[in-house]
Write a protein that binds this ligand. Structure first.
Ligand code: FES
Ligand SMILES: [Fe+2]
Length: 388
């Protein structure tokens, strides 16, 4: 039998005329063309030009509370460990041993040294190789050549972000114009993770989730029996994002009825935020949903163009976390979030059915989807810079 000819991966297929329709002003613009969602080649471009160049949220500072606390994260093929070093600095290191590639730590815990279980090579909490057993007879061994690779870390509002690009502009500078001020009343620094995350295996393109998260238009369909009565589409608005890689969807409460929160509202919420909800995105896929008493961090772990894992992490203010009724309250909150996401999950699967059919090329956006428009401008500028 003749040997199989190796196949080269298909080139990304992007229709330039269709992309130009995305770049029309809000109110006239179209969605991204369907290939932006269904092509493995486009996904490869996204990994290279978006995911590995942007800040990706991986944990909260309260998950590494003390010197030596660590927390494992798998992201984009990297096996990482988030660790707080002796000076209190949060670091992101590879957790793969520089000797013969064993995994040094698993899960979460606390250690003064990161010691590999295979042959006991030990690394300091900043990734320096500090001890190697039985080196007698081994020549020309320089510990400095065997340090654990480290990646950039930035903490914003108590969330730990990592970036694989050494030249990326600081996250704080990307968020300072508009985003940080808008979120200040929620006091992100005061939040803590409140219990286990809710996980969804999501067999569809990641942008379908982001787009669903960032518009209230679907309240009239998907959430007509749940969110619509409280958060009508007409009241929702999207502030200018100053061409920065973020978007905000503000959803004030309807003039009728009341929003019954489970826990007392965050004290510094004094305006419409006391009853309203907010969905925020830090591109490409760091998502935060805020209600008056809690926040949900939606973490996307991309796997392929047609699959990702979603983890929804509930967070509450430190003062709420100390309450005796925390567990009972969280059960209610998590049941509410799960019911909502079950509705969204089905909606997203239905969209994927359409996108993978031969019947859809590109859709037309309305003014109720301006966050999608904002993100499409950003996406085109990075994926197709010659067009945007
Ligand atoms: S693989 Fe880690 S010490 Fe050998
Ligand atoms: Fe939704």
């Amino acid at each position: 039998m003749p040997a199989a000819t190796p196949r080269t991966p298909p080139e990304p297929v992007i229709d330039v005329a269709a992309l130009e329709r995305c770049l029309l002003p809000p109110g006239r613009a179209w969605t991204l063309p369907v290939d932006a969602y269904t092509s493995a080649g486009v996904y490869a471009l996204e990994v290279e030009h978006l995911f590995k160049k942007q800040w990706l949220c991986v944990a909260r500072v309260d998950q590494v509370p003390q010197a030596g606390s660590y927390f494992s994260v798998d992201l984009l093929g990297h096996k990482l460990v988030i660790v707080r070093d002796r000076d209190g600095e949060v670091r992101c290191l590879s957790r793969i041993c520089m000797h013969r590639a064993s995994e040094i730590v698993k899960g979460a815990g606390r250690k003064s040294l990161l010691s590999c279980p295979y042959h006991e090579w030990s690394y300091a909490l900043d990734g320096r190789l500090v001890s190697v057993p039985m080196l007698d007879g081994t020549e020309d061994f320089d510990k400095k050549t065997c340090q654990l690779p480290s990646y950039r870390v930035e903490v914003w509002g108590g969330f730990i972000f990592v970036n694989f690009d050494r030249d990326a502009s600081p996250l704080a500078s990307q968020l300072e114009k508009g985003f940080s001020a808008f979120h200040a009343p929620y006091q992100f620094d005061e939040l803590v993770i409140a219990g286990d995350y809710i996980e969804y295996d999501s067999p569809y393109n990641w942008k379908i989730l982001v787009e669903n998260f960032m518009e209230a238009y679907h309240h009239i369909g998907t959430h007509k029996d749940s969110l619509l009565q409280h958060f009508p589409v007409e009241k929702a608005y999207v502030p200018d994002n100053h061409n920065q890689p973020w978007s905000i969807l503000a959803m004030p409460h309807s003039d009728e009825g009341e929003w019954e929160a489970v826990f007392p509202a965050i004290e510094t919420l004094t305006d419409w935020r006391r009853e309203g909800i907010v969905a925020s995105l830090v591109a490409p896929f760091n998502m935060f949903a805020m209600v008056s008493d809690s926040l949900f961090w939606y973490q996307v772990l991309p796997l392929a163009h047609d699959r990702f894992t979603l983890r929804i992490h509930p967070c509450v203010p430190r003062s709420t976390a100390k309450r005796d009724d925390l567990a009972a309250g969280m059960e209610k909150i998590n049941a509410f979030i799960t019911a909502l996401h079950d509705e969204d999950h089905q909606a997203n699967l239905d969209v994927w059915t359409g996108m993978t059919s031969h019947d859809f090329r590109q859709g037309r956006l309305t003014r109720h989807e301006d966050s999608i428009w904002q993100m499409n401008q950003w996406w085109c500028a990075r994926i197709m810079p010659n067009v945007a």
